[in-house]
Structure formats: structure tokens, C-alpha cells
Design a protein around this ligand. Sequence first.
Ligand code: COI
Length: 351
Amino acid sequence: MPHNITIQNTEKSRISEVDFNNIGFGKVFSDHMFLADWDGKEWTGSRIVPYGNLSLSPATSAIHYGQAIFEGMKAFRTGNDIFLFRPRENWRRLNISAERMVMPEVPEALFLEGLRTLLNLDKNWVPDSTGSALYIRPFMFATDDFIGVKPSDKYCFCIFTCPVGPYYAKPLRIKVEEKYSRAAPGGVGFTKCAGNYGAAMYPTRLAQSEGFDQVLWTDPVSHTLVEETGTTNFFAVTHQGVITPNLHDTMLAGITRDSVIHVLKNNNIQTEERPLTISELKTLHAEGNLKELFISGTAATLINIEGFAHQGEYYDVMKTGNTVVSDLLRSQIDSIRHGKSADPFGWVEKL
Ligand code: COI
């Protein structure tokens, strides 16, 4: 169903104020944003307006009870061409989150037309320096001004974008988390709801105060099985192939994770999605068979783990290992995302 999108152009672009060689991550916002409102029955008011503050009642339901979900995706530039990477997967996952959080479904046409119209307007904001991209943040939140606890009747769907550099600047030191949990079975760990990120901040802050960059979440029951890190999925490269924890409802099904698995298999690298224990990681390390650890995510892309700490011991993986498989993945995925090499999986959509 076509959505009539009204466009209000900014009076003055901010693009000339941006130092594209120094953009960092998530602090610089492009000129416009896309908005639509769920009025209880249908999506209305599809519009593009200058990026700016939203006006909200203090009683806005999302702020109190957390009906707020988001996605993270990227567009890449090669010369004058701009490529979107697997946008329909983000649309699909947004609706998986929406269903669990009792929020309305966003139709594919609304999501993609809003996105494409916005990007066409702000295409000069897609950076082209190495490691950079336009980060795209679609999100939805409850807008009823009502403080009884119930699913909201009204919602706002918004997309804004930011030119970004790398999320992590260097390989990470991570701490295996054995006390706190990110999610519980039957809970919302598989969704990209705001609360999952808020709940992770305290344990992450503790790990950072001990000199680590991130926590490595373990299963919430025995704390022996690897799950994911704060913002990414997790991969171990051994002497035999690659292992990544199998998905279940306490973990986020990363689109980059799925891309990594496809590219590994396409390179005939043995890849297993299965339970992975901390003690297996430690045994592999002791035997010299743990070659690489890396994490994957849209924002983080693909970053090596220097080492992990467990019960006070630090296991340095990069000291004895290498980065052969992660380098190969980085270069092949990057090349597909930039439209520079064949796309055997049909992932890339030109703007
Ligand atoms: C992403 O990788 O896009 C994420 O959503 C992680 C983080 C920036 C919240």
C-alpha cells in the first residue's frame, strides 16, 4: 500500500558543520527524520521533517513502562552509489519485537518507503571514508499519555540517521559475567526493546570499572554457557572451524551474525551453531586451539576480542592466536556491503 509521505525540508542544512574525518559514533545526526503515527487503527501522518526534538507529555507511556523498540542498520557509499544492507531483515525483526511488546506491526511498504525517501533526501550524509557508514535507527514507542499499565493505543514510528565511524576503536577485553543476567527464559531477550539495553548498563559499568570493555553474557540459569556481549553476537575460531552459540529466546538474532555464518559457509569453513561453554573456551585456549574470538553487530561490525576474564583469570587470545578468519570475513562482508563484489546472497539494495 503506498504511503503518502509529506516532506518538509530543512531551511539550512547542517552538513557543512560536520567534520566527516572525525565523526565518532552516534553524536552527529543528518538533516531530516521520518515520522508516522499509529492512531489506534492505522498508520497516519507519514512525514519527513527536519531532525529535531519531539514534544512529549511527561505521562508518555513508553517512558514509564518501556514499550519502546528499535533497530540498527547501515547504508554504505561507493562513489555516487549508496547501498542498503539487508533492510528487510531489520523490518522483519522490528515486527518480531513489536509482537512481543504488544505494539502494532509496521508494514513493509511504510518501513521501506519511509527509509528510501529519507535517505534520498539526506544522501549526502552517507560518508565514504574507510570504516564509515550511515547508521540508521528505526524505532517505535508508545505515546499514550496515560499512567495505567496497559498496552498503549497510540505509537510513534521514527527513522533518523547518523554518519558514523567505528563503534569500537580496538580489540576488546571482555569479562565473563556470572552474577548478573541480560535476559531470562520466556522474557524479551530476543527482542530489541529498550529495556534490554538499560538492564545491561549496571553490570557493564562494573566490568568497565575493572578495566574491561564489555561483558560476555552467560546463560541466566547456570552461567556456564556463552550467549552474547552487550551489543553483539559472539564467535570463536578454533583449530577446526568456527563455533557460535545457538540462538534461543534470551539472545538477539543478529543480522550481522547471520551474514557472518553465511559467508563462513560460503568459504567452506566449518561452522557450528551450538552450545558453547566457558570451560570449553578455556580448554581450547590451554591447548593452543583457540585461534580467534570476535563479535559481530551492525554498529560494532566485526571486532576482535583480545581476551576474556573468568573468575579472576585473564585468557589472552590475541597473544597466541591470529586474525585470519576475522580479517577474511571483514573484507568479504565489507566488499559486498559496498557493492564492490558479487552479492551471492542478495543482501544489498541500491538506493
Ligand atoms: C546495533 O548494532 O545496531 C545495535 O543496536 C547495538 C547498539 C548500538 C545498541
